[in-house]
Design a protein around this ligand. Structure first.
Ligand code: TYM
Length: 330
């Protein structure tokens, strides 16, 4: 069974972008692969953040993942900062990471541009991400399209470490796994759906809110009047249909869009119904989990213990290959 690793930041909101781009895929993968999923709180502190809400956001993200269908009997779910080997390996990998590659990362450039003083942690963010995956010798990384550049760099870091130190122990070069909805735009149709841009539909929005948000959402910009035929391939609403509607409905939607048989509101109503049907049980499970916070923290504690055991094994090999004095021999 191939080892799978992926992570999600405790942004405070599981939305249909990160759900369709990644988490829905995680739920499917857990029955066929050896899966490890992490709430990556150490990544979340690379930008200005609210200290008081970091821990509750971390728990809330774990609640979301479990409610969405991650099953701790079939995969490991844990909080990144609970396994200190992530930061240790990250430091070691920093020493083989080319600075130029870090400076070229689009996500770094975007985020750095938006602030006056850029912390080094933001630049080194992808090194920590590489450590996350390499620590568990994972072969596959289910992510959305926005993470592909980080994965390319991760493979470069693995190659460099392997060629310098990999004598009898090497890191696999992890490959991305994309879903069909690898890039969900925000409801404004401008940028990717993201909590920080306020253009999301949350997995926990009520049926009324889902409909209120969908109604004004951007569609194919060329479709100005009801009679204009549209192009589903240029419509974010159609992308979301691909995540929530069965194939026959998708075909019907695409046909009625191209022939202007339906208006955009007709198409959105069908989508709203399918979304509400899919999300209602997730929302209800999340409510149950929130009512039993101890069960969630216990799941995370058990997950961290399992992850830690695997991480420790890798670090013993890594430390040895890099020539450190074994503390037991000192
Ligand atoms: P994050 O927390 O921004 O997003 C979590 C996952 O959701 C995907 N995603 C999307 N996919 C499609 N459309 C969208 N609008 C959308 N928004 C988010 C992301 O691609 C991601 O797969 N750096 C990572 C977290 C991370 C990680 C890792 C991932 C840390 N270590 C190791 C994989 C492996 C991030 O910020 O994801």
């Amino acid at each position: 069974m191939a080892r799978v690793f992926s992570g999600i930041q405790p942004s405070g909101e599981l939305h249909i972008g990160n759900y369709l781009g990644a988490v829905q895929n995680w739920v499917q993968l857990q029955s066929q692969h050896d899966c490890i999923f992490s709430v990556v709180d150490l990544h979340a502190i690379t930008q200005a953040y609210d200290v008081a809400t970091l821990a509750p956001r971390t728990v809330e993200m774990a609640v979301g993942l479990l409610a969405a269908g991650l099953d701790p009997e079939r995969c490991i779910v844990f909080v990144q900062s609970h396994v200190p080997e992530h930061t240790e390996l990250s430091w070691l990998l920093n020493t083989v990471t080319p600075l130029g590659e870090l400076e070229r990362q689009t996500q770094f450039k975007d985020k750095a541009q938006r602030q006056e003083s850029v912390p080094a942690g933001l630049l080194n963010y992808p090194v920590l991400q590489a450590a996350d995956v390499l620590l568990y010798l994972a072969a596959l990384v289910p992510v959305g399209e926005d993470q592909l550049q980080h994965l390319e760099l991760m493979r470069e870091i693995a190659r460099r470490w392997n060629s310098r130190f990999g004598n009898g122990f090497t890191f696999p070069e992890p490959q991305p796994l994309l879903s069909t909805t690898k890039r969900v735009l925000g409801l404004d149709g401008q940028a990717k759906m993201s909590k920080s841009l306020g253009n999301t539909i949350s997995l926990f929005d009520s049926p009324e809110t889902i409909w209120q948000k969908l109604k004004p959402a951007a569609t194919d910009p060329a479709r100005v009047t009801r009679k204009d035929p549209g192009n589903p391939d240029l419509c974010n609403i159609f992308t979301i249909h691909q995540g929530f509607s069965p194939p026959a409905t998708q075909e019907q939607v695409a046909h009625n869009c191209r022939t202007a048989g339906w208006g955009c509101l007709d198409c959105k109503r069908v989508l709203a119904d399918n979304m509400i049907a899919a999300l209602t049980p997730i929302r209800e499970r999340a409510q149950e989990l929130r009512a039993r916070p101890q069960r969630v923290t216990e799941t995370l504690r058990a997950g961290a213990a399992k992850a830690e055991a695997l991480a420790r094994r890798t670090m013993t090999e890594v430390r040895r290959r890099m020539g450190f004095l074994d503390p037991r021999e000192a």
